[in-house]
Design a protein around this ligand. Structure first.
Ligand code: NAP
Length: 345
């Protein structure tokens, strides 16, 4: 099969599209003929090098959509021929167990990070992770929605406790996760504030349903939020930008406001004014991907057409290197999807 792989860490130039052996499904696994797999910021972190072991040479791609064409021992044969989207979380129950038993045992893992992913003609995943697509559902939409959708859903709904009428701030709004979060928040009846970059993105984010959109390259958005909310601030903020903007984020929160962090794109060492934290009685919460039930809830919103992840472009697999370059350069609104059916140039 053809796969987009890297053999060592580095810039986009380390991405190569090569012939490899197609993986075989083991017990409780299925093999999927991939129709679409979307890029996440995670693919950039992995290519650059993370302080964890990943299989090398590495095939990225945590979002996998395609047809089940081989079943390993112990799987339900009726899955054969089904079009599915894959829940990218492996062993999410580890989080629950870690509370009971401590940080022991096989930790939470992500398909395409700790295992080989979907930037290939075939991928092997646990049968338990596949969710059937509605008839004729577009592969690229499901692939764009999977990891980003469950992350946005858990961050806003479960961890953030979003309620109708909340004022919600979403940063990095052109990003894959955040563009979905804007829609989830809007659908839930929140007043949505969003920060993005450039007038074109501002227009797109408005189109997703945000009520107030700020261009971070030209606007003091913190001051604007202060003004629009009559100095009250926002009830909830969902952030992945991290270090560069945490001081402003904390100041933008209302009394008893919640900041949910799911990423640190600009760096991990944020500065927190502790006085602001206790005086305003703020909460800082972390969130990572989501449970199988949350994955299904988020995908259900997508299947019902309530939420549509914006897709910047669908590229053939052999353009995987260009996909890395585009995402790294911040040229992408929403998601980039790779189509391995177009693998051979
Ligand atoms: N914990 C989890 O489960 C989880 C899951 C998914 C992602 N993540 C993390 O969350 C982050 C976002 O992921 P993604 O896949 O949605 O990424 P993405 O599609 O690449 O989006 C990142 C967005 O961040 C904003 N940004 C980038 N540089 C910035 C800067 N210097 N200052 C302010 N904003 C900046 C940009 O939005 P604007 O131009 O619109 O401002 C950009 O579109 C990544 O760090 C990723 O690793 C974590």
């Amino acid at each position: 099969m053809l796969a987009a792989v890297f053999h060592e860490n580095g810039g986009p130039e380390v991405i190569r599209v090569e012939e490899m052996d197609a993986p075989r499904p083991g017990p409780a696994e299925v093999r999927i003929r991939v129709e679409a797999s979307s890029m996440n910021h995670l693919d950039l972190w992995m290519r650059r090098g993370l302080p964890i072991e990943i299989p090398m040479p590495h095939i990225g791609g945590s979002d996998i959509v395609g047809t089940v064409e081989k079943c390993g021992a112990g799987t339900v044969r009726s899955l054969l021929g089904k079009r599915v989207v894959v829940d990218p979380s492996l062993d999410y129950d580890w989080y629950r167990l870690a509370r009971l038993r401590g940080y022991d045992g096989e930790p939470f893992r992500v398909i395409g990070e700790h295992t080989q992913g979907g930037f290939a003609e075939f991928a092997v995943v646990p049968a338990a992770n596949v969710v059937e697509l509605p008839d004729g559902f577009p592969a690229e939409t499901a692939a764009a929605a999977a990891l980003a959708g469950v992350t946005a859903w858990r961050g806003l709904m479960t961890r953030g406790g979003l309620r109708k009428g909340d004022r919600v701030l979403i940063t990095g709004a052109s990003g894959g996760v955040s563009a979905m979060a804007v829609q989830f928040a809007n659908e839930a009846g929140a007043e949505v504030f969003a920060v993005t970059s450039g007038s074109e993105n501002v227009r797109h984010v408005r189109g997703l349903g945000a009520d107030h959109v700020f261009d971070r390259t030209t606007t003091d958005w913190g001051r604007e939020i202060h003004r629009i909310t009559n100095k009250r601030g926002v009830d909830l903020c969902l952030d992945s930008v991290g270090e560069a903007i945490w001081p402003q984020l904390l100041r933008a929160l209302a009394v008893r406001g919640r900041l949910v962090s799911f990423g640190a794109t600009t760096g991990p060492a944020a500065k927190v004014d502790i006085r602001l934290l206790f005086w305003r009685q703020l909460s800082i919460l972390g969130s990572t991907m989501g449970t199988p039930a949350e994955f299904r809830d988020a995908m259900d919103m997508v299947f019902r057409g309530k939420i549509t992840p914006p897709i910047h472009a669908v590229l053939p697999l052999h353009e995987a290197r260009r996909a890395h370059e585009m995402l790294e350069a911040g040229e992408v609104f929403g998601k980039l999807v790779l189509d391995p059916r177009e693998a051979r140039p």
